[in-house]
Design a protein around this ligand. Structure first.
Ligand code: FES
Ligand code: FES
Length: 168
């Protein structure tokens, strides 16, 4: 039986924000590096590289996941969504992004892409989320600038607006 070598490159295909993409990666390449360095999708940030800070969070088949703990080869055939895929159209922001802007929920912005990807999925699954639930979700993300209060306010504002839209 042939042995796989760690340096052997594999062709990887998946959809990135609804667009089919393809590239080659060694088996040990992380999804963060594949997104940023092979595909040029640099919206996903890399902080701790060991699953703590949440900066690298993307959605894999709709579920938030740490891209720094995911191998690129594991994305084969999946639907990957990154912060670049949040805006509904060029020049427009999603309800959640707009709420972040309204509440000044970012300063340096390093944590923002990951938080947006977590909150986007969370608010879809939990449209009635309260402050405690939002704070619990944010416990998986490190932000060194904002003190979290404006992020919580933005998340609750977005949740209310999304509920209004759903009931309109
Ligand atoms: S870079 Fe992935 S959790 Fe920090
Ligand atoms: S806005 Fe700077 S780390 Fe969150």
């Amino acid at each position: 039986m042939p042995r796989l070598r760690a340096t052997q490159r594999h062709s990887i295909r998946f959809t990135l924000n609804d667009t089919p993409v393809q590239g080659e990666a060694e088996p040990r390449m992380l999804l963060t590096d594949f997104l940023r360095h092979v595909l040029g999708a640099t919206g996903t940030h890399v902080g701790c590289e060991h699953g703590v800070c949440g900066a690298c969070t993307v959605q894999i088949d709709g579920t938030p996941a740490r891209a720094c703990l995911t191998l690129a080869v594991q994305a084969q055939g999946c639907h990957i969504r990154t912060v670049e895929g949040l805006a509904p159209a060029p020049g427009r922001l999603s309800v959640l992004q707009e709420a972040f802007r309204r509440h000044h929920a970012l300063q340096c912005g390093f944590c923002t892409a990951g938080i947006l990807m977590s909150l986007d999925a969370f608010l879809r699954a939990h449209p009635n989320a309260d402050e405690a639930a939002v704070r619990d979700l944010l416990s998986g993300h490190l932000c060194r600038c904002t003190g979290y209060a404006p992020i919580v306010a933005a998340a609750l504002d977005a949740a209310a607006r999304l509920r209004d839209t759903a009931h309109a």
